[in-house]
Every structure is written in C-alpha cells, then in structure tokens.
Write a protein that binds this ligand. Structure first.
Ligand code: PEP
Length: 256
C-alpha cells in the first residue's frame, strides 16, 4: 500500500470547487456554444471558484482545445481501474492524461447502479487515476430507501472504506462528492443541514493528513440553492449535473 507512487498532488479546500458533470449529453455544436458561454462568463467573473467540466470521452479533445489557456479545467466521467490491455470499451487514466484531463469522476451512482460497479472497483479506479496524475472525484451517497431506514452513515462508511483502506496518501489526493441518489436529477435537493450532517460525518472518517480535502455536494444544485449549500462548514463546492448544461446557470452556481 505504501509503495504506490501517485503523480497527482494532494488537494485542499482552499477555494470553492464547482465541477460540471455533463453525463451523456452534448454534441460538437452544442458543446461549443456551452463552452464559449462559460469561458465568456468566467472572463467577466469574480474568479472565486475553481471550475471544471467533465465531458463524455469523445468530446475531451474538443473540450481541451476550447478550454486550453483558460482558468477552467476538465476531466472525464469515469476511468478504468486498469493501465492497459484487453479491456474493451475502457479508457485508462494515462489516455485521459494525453487530453490534459485534471479530473475523473469515479463511482457516480448511475455507474454503481447501472454498471454494477462495486465499492472495491470504485476505489481501484480512484487509485488508478491518482497514480497517473489525475484527481479522482469519488462519489458516495445513499438511496431514499436507505435514508428512510436510517442507514445513511452505514452506507457512506461502506462506500468510503475501500478508499480509506488504500492509504492516507490516496485519500489526500481525492475529492469526495456526497450525492444522495434521491436528489440526483430529481429536483429534490438535500437541505443544507441534511447535506452538512453527512459532510461532517465524511470528514470525520478521513485520516488526519486528509482532513482538508474538498467535499462537494451534488444533487439538483441550482443557482437558487447553491449559496446556502456552499455556505455550510463542510461543503466546499458542488458536483453539478443538469445545471452544468446551461452556461448561465453553471456560472451562477460558481459565483454563489
Ligand atoms: C450528478 O449527476 O452528478 C448530479 C448531481 O446531477 P443533478 O445536478 O442533475 O442532480
């Protein structure tokens, strides 16, 4: 565990971090309009937040081309746990690095639910990303049934455990996103207090050397609720789905 070398550096919550997750949306034409809108808005903005977009794999070259030289970074929505070889359809962290990706989302609830990703696999993906020099954005979150059964902490702890088991150095290089499954794409947002409670729980699980990693909230974040969420002590920014597809909304969230 300790002899693993990570090319990505430690991450800290010094600045609000807002990452867009485009999911399986976009086209060359609509991406261009969206990115141009974001770049133009950032140029006239307050620069208080660090902004990034995570695009579908085929568009990473386009995103890299448009965003190069701006303050906005970019990344992917998934990454393989493997370095290379017979893994049809997979994309490795070293490939993402060739497109200057800074981030890779791992363990999004849609991938856990629809692609059968296990907690161990998600931690392996996070490690593969950090080894190659890409910061993993490690998603955790409970379903509505789990929340109603009073299992929020048990579920989150089980999702975090394989990451924590890989050692403090990896955790210190990981952004963690709390995304309650019942709030993703549903228009239902966790209240700032509900989100803060889980974020405080997550931070308490982290090793001393990784206490300051950014903890993002995700789940129907919009311009009108972002400010109250981001004002909470342990919420350091957001992972934004639907609202990241509208330049003015994404920008409004980043300045919230
Ligand atoms: C997401 O998919 O990561 C997400 C938070 O989606 P939305 O903002 O649309 O709920």
């Amino acid at each position: 565990m300790t002899d693993v070398q990570y090319k990505s550096g430690p991450v800290t919550r010094s600045k609000t971090l807002v990452i867009g997750n485009w999911k399986m949306n976009g086209s060359l034409e609509s991406n261009r309009t969206l990115l141009d809108g974001i770049v133009a808005g950032v140029a006239g903005g307050d620069g208080k937040a660090t902004m990034a977009v995570c695009a579908p794999f085929p568009y990473l070259a386009q995103v890299a081309d448009v965003l190069a030289g701006t303050s906005i970074s970019w990344g992917a929505q998934d990454v393989s746990a493997h370095d290379k070889g017979a893994y049809t359809g997979e994309v490795s962290a070293s490939m993402l690095l060739e497109f200057n990706c800074s981030w890779a989302i791992v363990g999004h609830s849609e991938r856990r639910a629809m692609h059968g990703e296990t907690v161990e696999l998600v931690a392996d993906k996070a490690q593969a990303a950090a080894k190659a020099g890409i910061t993993p954005v490690f998603c955790v979150g409970e379903s509505l049934a789990e929340r109603e059964a009073g299992q929020v902490q048990t579920v989150i702890a089980a999702q975090l455990a394989p990451l924590l088991a890989k050692g403090d150095e990896l955790v210190a290089r990981t952004v963690i996103a709390y995304e309650p499954v019942w709030a993703i794409g549903t228009g239902k947002t966790a209240s700032p207090e509900q989100a803060q409670e889980v974020h405080a729980f997550i931070r308490a699980q982290l090793p001393t050397t990784a206490k300051e990693v950014p903890l993002l909230y995700g789940g129907s974040v919009k311009p009108d609720n972002a400010a109250t969420l981001f004002a909470m002590d342990d919420i350091d920014g957001g992972l934004i789905g639907g609202a990241a597809l509208v330049a003015k909304d994404f920008l409004a969230i980043a300045t919230a």
